[in-house]
Write a protein that binds this ligand. Structure first.
Ligand code: GFB
Length: 313
């Protein structure tokens, strides 16, 4: 039984920062059911790394609620290659939006973290209180530090100013509007593209990065958006909340599933010159489940939907 609604969205003005991204666009779609006014801004209208532009936008629009779905994101190789960009951009975005939300009396803000910010060797499934209990995964520690700062900003403004700022910690996400660039994307869209291009070209193999042995948990962006709206309406507390599917699988098995969906029957090879990253980061979903929410979109159905969407794009 879902917990009670403590922050109804009906009739409210809601800013979705990052509305064109995979998560932001899924949140905008999900808000269509909430009878609220959605406010958005493109990068050319508001540079979120510019404090004056963010302050002016929030002062002008005066949103009642804010989904912080804007971030510089990327897969393991992009994170490892551009540490300054991932740290600086995400720090500035989090700091500017949080400060502007406070200064303009935004009633509630949800900040989006990521499961990669937990310690590399956190106990599995990872509970929320594992945060900051051990060394980070080196390949994405820069992004992780920026996201941890974002979570701490929300907590600091709650503690000092009484702001109703909360944080969600989603697992690896995939879905409509994902990034399919093979150098900067996450694993799932990369494998879909690799398998499709190999099938079309009549190639005899595709190549995985790393050993294929790491395990990853995946959640469809539409489920993540539904969880974010649920938390906005039902949750108000200091600690972040894990948002996941509760299941993980080895990358090699993910590749086999993608090849099955795409219809590619060639060999799956590995390139161990590329990093594996953390070996596992399955999160505990107990806290959110106790509030009455759980994921609905299965991985195979989700991959089929993304593949069909890619073919139609
Ligand atoms: O999705 P991914 O790039 O990010 O990599 P992380 C997941 C696993 O898939 C790694 C392997 O072990 C990769 O080596 N992999 C195999 C591939 N083939 C490929 C491929 O073609 N492309 C990619 N990208 N990976 C990210 C963080 O870590 O998790 C981000 O770097 C973010 O900051 C995201 O937090 C959720 O799961 O390793």
């Amino acid at each position: 039984m879902p917990s009670e609604v403590i922050f109804p969205l009906a009739g409210k003005r809601v800013w979705v920062a990052g509305h064109r991204g995979m998560v932001g666009s899924a949140i905008v779609r999900r808000l269509a059911d909430e009878n609220c006014e959605v406010v958005t801004a493109t990068r050319s209208e508001v540079d979120l790394k510019n404090p004056a532009q963010v302050q002016a936008f929030v002062a002008d629009k005066k949103p009642d609620a804010l989904f912080m779905a804007a971030a510089k994101v990327g897969g393991i190789l992009a994170n490892d290659t551009y540490p300054a960009d991932f740290l600086y951009d995400n720090l500035m975005i989090a700091a500017n939006v949080t400060e502007a939300a406070y200064r303009n009396g935004v009633g509630k803000m949800l900040f989006l973290g990521s499961s990669c910010i937990y310690p590399k060797l956190a106990p599995q499934p990872i509970p929320e209180d594992a945060l900051l209990t051990g060394p980070l995964e080196p390949t994405n520690e820069w992004y992780a530090i920026a996201k941890i700062a974002g979570i701490k900003l929300a907590q600091a403004y709650r503690k000092q100013h009484g702001c109703d700022f909360i944080s969600a910690m989603p697992t690896n996400l995939y879905g409509p509007g994902d990034n399919f660039d093979l150098n900067t994307s996450h694993v799932l869209p990369a494998l879909i593209r690799k398998a499709h291009e190999a099938k079309v070209a009549g190639a005899d193999h595709i190549t995985l990065w790393g050993t294929g042995a790491p395990r990853r948990e995946f959640l469809h962006a539409n489920d993540c958006a539904d969880a974010c709206v649920f938390l906005m309406k039902h949750y108000s507390d200091f600690e972040h909340v894990n948002v996941g599917s509760g299941e993980d699988l080895q990358i090699i098995d993910l590749a086999r599933l993608v090849c099955e969906v795409v219809g590619f029957t060639g060999e799956i090879r590995t390139d161990t010159s590329k990093p594996d990253g953390t070996m596992r980061k399955l999160m505990s979903g107990d806290k959110l489940k106790a509030m009455g929410w759980s994921a609905r979109i299965g991985l195979k159905d989700g991959i089929e939907g993304v593949y069909q969407g890619m073919l139609l794009a």
